[in-house]
Design a protein around this ligand. Structure first.
Ligand code: SF4
Length: 677
């Protein structure tokens, strides 16, 4: 018997736990936590424990498919690669490079995302390259760059355990990022004070010292009120403000009117609770500020992020251990896909595409002329597709039909394309619309690196060869590039990484060899540098941290007579994103097989909705008939549903109104009504 344990990284959330894949006689049979993994430390959650099961799932795509007369037919690799290269070339020649777009993936390795953006830029000739961070944390990058000059989690996951205070807004870490939830609980057990701002009374809110149950979409009114108290009562860190920041006067003036009494009716909690939270926050040092999509997925997502940064700087909670502004990344490699330049305005390492010097550097390295024009975000590529300006998309490991807001509008956009290519593990509602589908390799069949939420670049190791007739992911893009006249072949993923490191100062000191035992947190400028556990010690990348004066703005849709509820969406512990993987995993699917909507008992009673009955949730974009979960955990007037279910896709209902800066949709607040069925 051949039994092996291969160390790799969990393919689910951005916590980035290390785990061992158990391989018996060439077959995956289990996963175990890694004790030496700096994040996992001997633990993984239910998703990580069961992640291996989807690899050999019967639904895996195993052959390339080409749609002919409306039906998919199996094709040889050469047929599918030739056809794809030919159609992309024809569209490029007919309509120009900017009629094409490439979507990298936060599910895939840094190395594959590097090749995806290189393929878009060097082969197709466009900066129209983006990925699914657009649906989640793009406001983090935009907001933190404006505040600090760098758009990443400032501190390390393990530092959370040693914080004196933890301020959590718009995040349900124990469910969405269980191993980070464990750190919060550990901090609490060691005496830390916890303040949770969440429209739902989650388990985390249940053990918080203060729970502010505000309405979705009122974060700025709340944060400004907290800062109003901290400034009015002289509780802010004057030394830090004077020495490290700029724009304090503008901030002070902006928050002046947001007294707790002014904000309380907007936010929906008592003024005294806001005052109590502000005083408690200001009495703690250090405070770790944690947020997730409850902050970013709003039309004011970027401003929400800047407001959290305002609060952290005002209280001196940046640039030291166990403090900082800590966005928890949702997907395994969403940090990496951003870092590696799967974005329309930057090359790897956030180097601007419209900087002539940077452009020359990449032109020299890649041996082609590159476009100096910023590309379109994935949001704007879909809008362009609906308008007939974008003609072809190459989508890797993403299902916008389920993950983007307003599914019916996404369908219209994708159906309007002349050519859609998908590289995927399973059939999805998006692949159904494709012209060509390439079967992708899973995390267990590929090698390279993922970068977790705390900027740690970690090694992903191939446990088994690609299934059946599938191939390594990088091979597919390399073959299409070669057919379009550009050589993009590498021996293995470490060669790709070495090219990345040679062109990207923040990664210059990282190699696959160096991270064999333990990952390294960027920035890591040279081979002797140990990596950077926390950012902004002594200085921000932009010099001084910048306060922004931010006014509260309501969501694009607010309740009215016809749609009297605020609908918000989110995650549960057992499922991941749109559920393509976790709904195919026996245990996770058994625990939560059905969609539900949380509604307050008084709201349910007034509508005649019973525990075992059904209800219909209706928005201006569609309706879903689902089970009610009648619970006091949800605030009256608010309803909440998870977004993991294919048959009842929450994004049929969500609003495709976007943050004007980051172009992320407003998943967390739209107007809805509920009907008894
Ligand atoms: Fe995987 Fe996240 Fe669970 Fe860790 S916490 S095992 S990374 S899903």
């Amino acid at each position: 018997m051949d039994l092996r344990y291969v160390h790799t990284i969990c393919p689910y959330c951005g916590t980035g736990c290390g785990l061992y894949l158990k391989v018996k006689n060439g077959e995956l049979i289990g996963a175990l936590p890694s004790k030496t993994g700096s994040v996992s430390q001997g633990r993984i959650c239910v998703k990580g424990l069961n992640c291996w099961e989807i690899v050999a799932h019967k639904d895996r795509l195993k052959k390339p498919l080409i749609k002919k007369k409306g039906r998919f037919e199996e094709a040889t690799w050469d047929e599918a690669l030739d056809f794809t290269a030919q159609r992309l070339s024809e569209i490029k020649d007919s309509y120009g490079s900017d009629s094409l777009g490439v979507w990298g993936s936060a599910r895939c390795t840094n190395e594959l995302n590097y090749l995806a953006q290189k393929f878009a830029r060097a082969v197709l000739g466009t900066n129209n390259v983006d990925h699914c961070a657009r649906t989640c944390h793009s406001p983090t990058v935009a907001g933190l760059v404006r505040a600090f000059g760098s758009g990443a989690m400032t501190n390390s996951i393990d530092e959370i355990k040693d914080a004196q205070g933890i301020f959590i807004i718009g995040s349900n870490a124990p469910e969405a990022h269980p191993l980070i939830g464990w750190r919060i609980r550990t901090a609490k057990d060691k005496g830390a004070k916890i303040i949770v701002c969440d429209p739902r009374r989650t388990d985390l809110a249940g053990y918080a010292d203060i729970h502010i149950q505000h309405y979705p979409g009122t974060d700025i009114a709340l944060l400004n009120a907290l800062m109003n108290v901290i400034i009015a009562e002289n509780l802010y860190d004057k030394k830090f403000v004077e020495e490290r920041t700029e724009g304090f006067e503008e901030l002070r003036k902006a928050v002046e009117k947001y007294t707790p009494e002014f904000s309380a009716p907007i936010v929906g909690v008592a003024a005294d609770l806001i005052r109590e939270a502000a005083r408690l926050y200001a009495s703690l040092d250090p405070v770790s500020n944690i947020y997730t999509l409850g902050i970013t997925e709003h039309t004011v997502g970027t401003e929400n992020v800047m407001s959290v940064a305002n609060l952290a700087m005002l209280t001196g909670n940046v640039g030291k251990g166990s403090s900082g502004v800590n966005p928890l990344r949702g997907q395994n490699n969403v940090q990496g896909a951003c870092d590696i330049g799967a974005l329309p305005d930057v090359y790897p390492g956030y180097q601007a595409v419209d900087n002539p010097e940077i452009q020359r550097k990449f032109e020299k390295a890649w041996g082609v002329k590159l476009s100096p024009r910023k590309g379109l975000t994935s949001t704007d590529q879909l809008i362009g597709a609906a308008e007939g300006k974008i003609k072809a998309l190459y989508v890797i490991g993403e299902d916008p039909m389920r993950s983007d807001p307003n599914t019916n509008q996404v369908r219209k956009a994708l159906e309007n394309l002349e050519f859609l290519v998908c590289q995927e593990l399973f059939m999805t509602p998006t692949t159904e619309l494709a012209d060509v589908i390439f079967p992708a390799a899973s995390f267990a069949e590929d090698s390279g690196t993922f970068t977790n939420s705390e900027r740690r670049v970690q090694l992903v190791q191939e446990a088994i060869p690609p299934l059946a007739d599938t191939r390594r992911n990088s091979h597919i893009l390399g073959e299409i590039a070669a057919r379009m006249g550009y050589e993009m072949n590498y021996g293995d993923s470490s060669e790709v990484w070495d090219e990345i490191a040679s062109l990207t100062p923040i990664f210059a000191g990282i190699s696959h060899e160096r991270i064999k035992k333990e990952g390294i947190q960027w920035p890591c400028p040279d081979k002797n540098h140990p990596g950077t556990p926390y950012l902004h010690k002594g200085k921000f990348p932009r010099g001084r941290g910048k306060f922004h004066a931010i006014e509260n703005r309501p969501p694009a849709e607010v309740p009215d007579e016809e749609y009297p509820f605020i609908l918000s969406t989110g995650r549960i512990r057992f499922h991941y994103n749109v559920g393509t993987m976790t709904r195919r995993t026996t245990l996770t699917n058994r625990e939560f097989p059905h969609m539900f909507v949380q509604i307050h008992p008084e709201d349910a009673k007034s509508l005649g909705i019973k525990k075992k009955g059904k209800c219909r949730v209706v928005t201006r974009r569609g309706s879903l008939t689902i089970n009610p979960d009648i619970t006091e955990r949800i605030k009256k007037g608010v309803i909440w549903m998870p977004f993991h279910y294919a048959k009842e896709p929450a994004n049929l209902l969500t609003n495709d109104a976007f943050c004007p800066i980051a172009r992320t949709g407003e998943y967390k607040a739209c107007a809805a009504r509920v009907e008894c069925v």
